[in-house]
Design a protein around this ligand. Structure first.
Ligand SMILES: C[S@@+](CC[C@H](N)C(=O)[O-])C[C@H]1O[C@@H](n2cnc3c(N)ncnc32)[C@H](O)[C@@H]1O
Length: 245
């Protein structure tokens, strides 16, 4: 496995810590503001993207669902309407999941469990999950291919995976707007509210370095997924990747 360009983009760029440690630290830092900023910066459209993604896995009526890089659990909460037996939210940031646990409890979703864990080294048996979701997480993996291979391993044969990721629109006007928004507006608002100077600049850098669209489809197929399709959402500012094992 070779390191992709995005593997080298890190939040703080320290020499004595790994990308993973920096990502964990960064999300622990911004967790208390994450939901507020996420919904502010996406004007709430992120809910409609997760809804679409959950509709895709809902077609196979999954009983055990994993939401990787679950953060504050919005994807896990959205999947609850499928009435599965169990949803497991997995993340390296305890602080992010702290808020997820509160939201799940408030909604009375006892079948959602939050577990600290690394998507690149999942502590679950092979062929365990019926379906998996990952929202805006794969861009942060230290080793993307390793993370996707692990996801493939723990998914059951015939199981479905859906990934949402921020993407750069193809249309030049939308790309212009997107660049202003991501290069200037997001870092400004992020700095103002989260007090982590790097977090929302890293967001922009990591989106730029991520192998999106057909390039990402190629990587998903390389690790074994099939029927892989990607779809631009909301003028291409988000991409939805769907595939099966
Ligand atoms: C941008 S947040 C997304 C949270 C949530 N999925 C959503 O849709 O809002 C990215 C999350 O990925 C987590 N993450 C990054 N690398 C990870 C890894 N290797 N294993 C598990 N979680 C990881 C971070 O801790 C963070 O909570």
């Amino acid at each position: 496995m070779i390191a992709l360009k995005h593997d080298t983009i890190r939040p703080y760029g320290h020499t004595n810590t790994s990308k993973k440690e920096e990502v964990e630290h960064m999300f622990d830092n911004i967790a208390h503001r994450y939901d507020f900023l996420n919904h502010l910066l996406s004007a709430g459209i992120d809910h409609t993207w997760r809804k679409k993604a959950v509709d895709y896995i809902g077609q196979i009526q999954p009983l055990i669902i994993a939401d990787l890089a679950t953060g504050t659990g919005d994807f896990a909460l959205e999947s609850a309407r499928l009435n599965p037996k169990k949803i497991i939210g997995i993340d390296i940031s305890e602080e992010m999941m702290h808020y997820g646990r509160i939201k799940a409890k408030n909604k009375g979703y006892n079948h959602i469990e939050f577990v600290k864990g690394d998507s690149e080294q999942l502590n679950f048996p092979t062929d365990y999950f019926d379906a998996m979701t990952v929202g805006f997480g794969v861009r942060n993996y230290q080793n993307l291919e390793q993370g996707l291979s692990e996801m493939y391993r723990v998914l059951k044969s015939g199981g479905r995976l859906v990934i949402l990721e921020v993407s750069i629109p193809k249309n030049s006007f939308m790309k212009f707007i997107f660049n202003i928004y991501f290069n200037y507006f997001c870092p400004f608002i992020g700095r103002l509210f989260s007090k982590d100077v790097r977090a929302y600049t890293y967001l922009n850098e990591s989106v730029n370095a991520f192998p999106s669209g057909n390039d990402f489809v190629t990587i998903l197929n390389k690790v074994g997924f099939k029927n892989t399709v990607w779809k631009p959402l909301t003028f291409g500012i988000c991409a939805m990747y769907t595939c099966e094992k």
